[in-house]
Design a protein around this ligand. Structure first.
Ligand code: DGY
Length: 451
């Protein structure tokens, strides 16, 4: 039996440990922030520029203790926005030879409306910015100040959504496509393996830089890079024109994670425009996008047999029937109804939630394509866990939500602020992989512990 005195000291000890870890996480973020340019690198060496969805998650971490940096992070990302509303996946604020493929390979200036401020890539990443603005508003104490900041920037995010629905939705069905695996954020997921089978790119000559920073066993293979580069070459040959890409790219996918992020961001923009006032037209348009998108999402991206959402291969007109952490991300955007949410949560817990595993592996642990160490082919990612935690809470799955949060904290405490983690609990080697001192792992740890 624990006495109340012992209990007090246990809580005190726990609080001291947590506060120390939060301090460490803040140090990771502050070290990765670049004063010149006002943005954060995801981590030293491996990722030396500003990445789109990383920045959104990073801003959430900063909002808890340094609002100025949170705002600068967003402004720096938007400073690379194209004149047509497109927000690229990397903004090359500075030069660096520690990353391939860099700005000379991507050649964003091939597109007539590309940013004149910065060189960028010609692809995007999951559109988190809308809901990030809402998170910033919810986190900070000075709501008036943050709303002023949001007022200055919200139309840029709206223009980005308009660009998606105008140029990335050829069937006008409310679901947007991605043309590159790097746009999904889940770069080398086994989801893409069958698409690679339909392609036969040349063996490009290039010098990988990522494998000088990280063990090659934890990164995509050289042959996979041939596919990645080939898709960029096709886009470049067509000056990054979305219509041409929709016609020609062998990779054309409607991704449940990507579309769920857009839907969640639509919802956030609606709430923020209501707070700002005088925005009826924009709210009306956002609501129209939203209704259409959610309906089609549920019709097209749900797989009864698997009991979860899946990717849709728009080029080859078929569902890609695999479970991944993206299959459960629609919970975050409130997309399934209650009955469907129950099925999805059950699938997640049955297939990914065994007691011997940390939640949530990025790919089906029962599949022969699962690899517990290799980037998006199996490891746990903190940003996906953060989305799932919030999604589960939204549907009142409190136990499951707490499990995801506790597993995330346990991984970060056990291994440090790594990029991704082994989902197996029984492990006699370190299970933190990829880059260390990784910004979004630190940022979302802060958010999970402080809220
Ligand atoms: C990489 O280089 O692996 C990046 O994640 C691409 O965005």
């Amino acid at each position: 039996m624990i006495s109340s005195c012992q209990c007090f000291f246990l809580i005190l000890k726990f609080t001291i440990i947590k506060n120390k870890l939060i301090e460490k996480a803040e140090k990771v973020l502050d070290t990765n922030f670049r004063e010149v340019g006002g943005f954060s690198i995801p981590c030293e060496g491996l990722y030396p520029f500003q990445w789109n969805w990383d920045s959104g998650f990073i801003a959430i971490g900063f909002a808890h203790y340094d609002t100025t940096k949170a705002k600068r992070e967003i402004e720096a990302l938007l400073s690379g926005q194209w004149e047509n509303g497109f927000i690229p996946h990397i903004i090359f604020h500075t030069d660096s030879d520690s990353y391939f493929p860099g700005p000379d390979f991507h050649q964003s200036n091939l597109h007539p409306l590309a940013s004149k401020n910065h060189r960028t890539t010609g692809m995007t990443q999951p559109p988190v910015l809308g809901f990030v603005l809402k998170e910033l508003y919810d986190i900070v104490d000075d709501k008036k100040d943050m709303l002023n900041f949001i007022k200055l920037n919200i139309d840029k995010v709206y223009n980005n959504h308009e660009h998606f629905y105008t140029h990335r939705d050829p069937n006008k069905e409310g679901l947007v496509f991605i043309y590159h695996n790097w746009e999904s954020g889940t770069d080398n997921s086994p989801i893409w393996d069958d698409i690679w089978e339909t392609m036969n790119p040349p063996n490009y000559k290039f010098e990988r830089r990522d494998t000088t920073h990280v063990d090659a066993a934890q990164r995509p293979s050289n042959r996979e890079y041939d596919y990645y580069l080939h898709l960029i070459e096709i886009a470049k040959q067509n000056n990054y024109d979305d219509a041409k890409i929709a016609e020609l790219s062998p990779f054309l996918v409607q991704d449940p994670l990507f579309n769920a992020m857009l839907i969640k961001s639509n919802a956030a923009l609606i709430e923020l425009y209501k707070l700002i006032g005088n925005s009826e037209e924009k709210i009306k348009t956002l609501q129209q996008w939203q209704t259409k998108a959610i309906k089609r999402f549920n019709e097209k991206l749900y797989n009864e047999k698997l009991g979860a959402y899946v990717h849709y291969d728009l080029r080859n007109e078929k569902q890609i029937e695999f479970l991944s952490s993206s299959s459960f991300a629609p919970l975050f955007a409130g997309i399934p109804n209650k009955e469907r949410a129950e099925v999805i949560v059950k699938t997640m817990m049955d297939k990914f939630g065994g007691e011997d595993r940390y939640l949530c592996a990025s790919f089906d642990p029962d599949s022969d394509r699962f690899n517990p160490k290799k980037y998006w082919r199996g490891p746990v990612w903190i940003n996906l866990n953060w989305l799932l935690y919030k999604g589960l809470k939204h549907y009142d799955y409190t136990n499951e939500a707490n499990r995801v949060k506790e597993d995330s904290v346990a991984l970060l405490e056990r291994f440090g602020f790594y990029e991704y983690f082994d989902s197996r609990k029984e492990l006699d080697e370190p299970g933190g992989y990829g880059g260390n001192n990784f910004s979004w792992s630190a940022a979302l740890f802060i958010d999970m512990l402080k809220r």
